[in-house]
Each structure stands twice: as structure tokens, then as C-alpha cells.
Design a protein around this ligand. Structure first.
Ligand SMILES: [Zn+2]
Length: 83
């Protein structure tokens, strides 16, 4: 469902509107069609998801670094015992 957020340029009313095909968006207060489309809730949440993914990627990178450090430590341990 395409719900868009608008701000009316005439009366500055801010509102969310379900925009259907063949339906012109208009301010529910003054019925002006001079509207400014704002960021949709979908755009905001997908930005949030992108940030969450970036955090998860950083966590994964930290985990793999720990893993590599452990492998290096294991290798050194083995090397010492080979001597
Ligand atoms: Zn208006």
C-alpha cells in the first residue's frame, strides 16, 4: 500500500495519504493539491534497516577478526610445541 506523507504548501498541514492510482493527492484540510511530498515511513524504515545491516556487518567483521586472531594464536602455539 503506497502511503505517502505530504505537507500542504497552502496551509502547512502535514498528513499521510494512501495514494491510489488515478487519485490526485489533496490536502484533507483545505483541499489544495499544492503538496510537498515528504519522506515516507517506508523510506525511513529502510534507512533504519540499512543501518542495522551495517551494524551487523561490523559485528561480523569483528567476529572474523577474533577468529583470525585465535587461528594465529593456535598456529603460534603449535609452532612453539614443534620446536
Ligand atoms: Zn492544506
Amino acid at each position: 500500500m503506497p502511503i505517502f506523507e505530504y505537507k500542504c504548501r497552502r496551509c502547512a498541514n502535514q498528513f499521510e495519504l494512501l495514494v491510489l492510482r488515478n487519485t490526485a493527492a489533496a490536502c484533507p484540510k483545505c483541499e489544495s493539491q499544492d503538496l510537498e511530498q515528504l519522506l515516507t515511513a517506508f523510506a525511513v524504515s529502510s534507512e533504519g534497516i540499512r543501518q542495522a545491516n551495517a551494524k551487523a556487518a561490523r559485528r561480523a567483521a569483528v567476529r572474523s577478526k577474533d577468529y583470525i586472531d585465535k587461528k594465529v594464536a593456535d598456529a603460534e602455539y603449535v609452532k612453539k610445541h614443534d620446536d
